[in-house]
Design a protein around this ligand. Structure first.
Ligand code: NDP
Length: 450
């Protein structure tokens, strides 16, 4: 049994119930063996056994009072996974499905993604099983404040800098930032994704979605193809999906779908991004509202989806941008996309494709940008926000967007060159994993056994 496989088997025994975490570890470790074979130092230093364990897990109770005067209790977490190459960095997710296994999967992915950006940032993730949906503005504020009354002890501008993720956008970041400031008397860049009024960066809101499109452009250019004039399927209707749609129009493509947890919109004429922003960012409503506002758009509820399948992926497209959540695209979806002529998949969400769907894309040889490369634009721009805060500066939109574009190009080249180095040209899963891994592993070795 290979070194990587031995570590995977051991983890399966230890963390049998943390299924998405095990999936993420398997996806990374199963591609690292060529790098482990090439240099014995990784096994000698037990790097895999060390890198799969978080440096620290903080778990705490969050108590708050709802509008009816009733006490509510949620669970809060911060997984500080790896700080070998920089302070911990990674988002906060507020969603009822959040548990430690989910946050370990996201934190583990974050280590390699952050390394790939070429910036000095370690990996972390956090969040709570709090559901912001259906809560009043005051309830969201009280929850965010309660969450921060514990988290503030563990974070700091050079220690750990959280950001948003599912259920955490500018509003939640603002409430948490306010409480951090009150508790610590410190006005510092401790969170990213902040409002422009108090240290936020232009282009941070757009960065993950824009970055996923820049990554697709890089992959396609390398193959002599382009997104121009092409139909694209996008899933999700949140931050990443919205700005992915917006950037697709900028490059001459047409996004024809978006989705949320209740259903999907399909419109061959193209998604109306302004209406989408109004429905999701302002009204915080379901996509049924979008269908009311845009004649000609069709709404399909989840209950009408084909068994166990996401209807978004049955819409014929040249490129697919999964931007909702983990495991939203399975093998049957991948096969449907390929049958319908899909030539490019760029992942805006974290681990949206199941392992067998990923393998189907690799086998078919389409341009496939795995999440930790394709969606790294968000965290990279968060790091640009940290740079601006540290230097007390505010860069223009064009400056930040230009840097984002360069970073996405560098990530593509790094993953692509690494894939070639290990004899698997075009396999950006292997390329991204090995490139991200080597930098962190070498830093861990240089810093000794801690
Ligand atoms: P948002 O909360 O803004 O939007 C999430 C979207 O996905 C919503 O439309 C939501 O629908 C939908 N969704 C969530 N869970 C499910 C589910 N179980 N089934 C179907 N649809 C679902 O989050 P983001 O756009 O920020 O994040 C989307 C993905 O991108 C996540 O995987 C996140 O980890 C990843 N990501 C985000 C980054 C960022 O900068 N924001 C950076 C890098 C990665 P509904 O509203 O109905 O729940």
């Amino acid at each position: 049994m290979s070194y990587a496989q031995k570590v995977i088997e051991d983890l399966k025994q230890r963390y049998a119930h943390e299924t998405v975490f095990l999936q993420a570890v398997q996806e990374v470790l199963s591609t690292l063996q060529p790098a482990l074979d090439k240099d014995a130092k990784y096994e000698k230093n037990k790097i895999l056994e060390r890198i799969v364990e978080p440096e620290r897990i903080i778990s705490f109770r969050v108590e708050w009072v709802d509008d009816k005067g009733e006490i509510q209790i949620n669970r809060g977490y911060r997984v500080q996974y790896n700080s070998a190459i920089g302070p911990y960095k990674g988002g906060l997710r507020f969603h009822p499905s959040v548990n430690l296994g989910v946050l370990k999967f996201l934190g583990f992915e974050q280590i390699f993604k952050n390394s790939l950006t070429g910036l000095a940032i370690g990996g972390a993730k956090g969040g709570s099983d709090f559901d912001p949906k259906g809560k009043s503005e005051n309830e969201v504020m009280r929850f965010c404040q309660a969450f921060m009354t514990e988290l503030y002890r563990h974070i700091g501008a050079t220690i750990d800098v959280p950001a948003g993720d599912i259920g955490v956008g500018g509003r939640e970041v603002g409430y948490m930032y306010g409480m951090y400031k009150r508790l610590t008397k410190s006005y510092e860049g401790v969170l990213t994704g902040k409002n422009l009024l108090f240290g936020g960066s232009l282009a941070r809101t757009e960065a993950t979605g824009y970055g996923a499109v820049y990554f697709a452009q890089n992959m396609l250019e390398d193959r002599g193809e382009t997104l121009e004039g092409k139909k694209c399927a996008v899933s999700g209707a949140g931050n990443v999906a919205t700005y992915c749609c917006e950037k697709l129009y900028h490059v001459g493509a047409t996004p024809v779908t978006v989705s949320d947890s209740r259903g999907m919109i399909h419109d061959d004429k193209g998604i109306n991004v302004e209406v989408l922003k109004q429905v999701k960012e302002v009204e915080r409503a379901s996509l049924t509202r979008y269908a009311e506002l845009v004649p000609g758009a069709t709404y399909t509820p989840v209950s009408a989806y084909p068994q166990g399948r996401n209807a978004v992926w049955s819409v014929p497209c040249f490129a697919a941008f999964p931007c909702a959540t983990q495991n939203e695209l399975n093998l049957a979806d991948a096969e449907t996309l390929l049958k319908n002529g899909c030539k490019c998949v760029s992942e805006g969400a974290n681990m949206p494709s199941t392992l067998d769907a990923t393998n189907a894309f690799l086998k078919a040889g389409v341009a496939y940008g795995p999440a930790k490369a394709a969606n790294a634009g968000g965290v990279a721009t968060s790091q640009l926000e940290m740079q601006q805060n540290a230097g007390m500066q505010s860069w223009t939109f064009e400056t930040v967007d230009g840097k984002l574009k360069d970073i996405m190009g560098n990530i593509f080249r790094n993953a692509s060159e690494t894939a070639k180095e290990f004899g698997q040209p075009g396999n950006l899963v292997l390329g991204a994993n090995i490139a991200g891994f080597r930098k962190v592993a070498d830093a861990m070795i240089a810093q000794g056994v801690l």
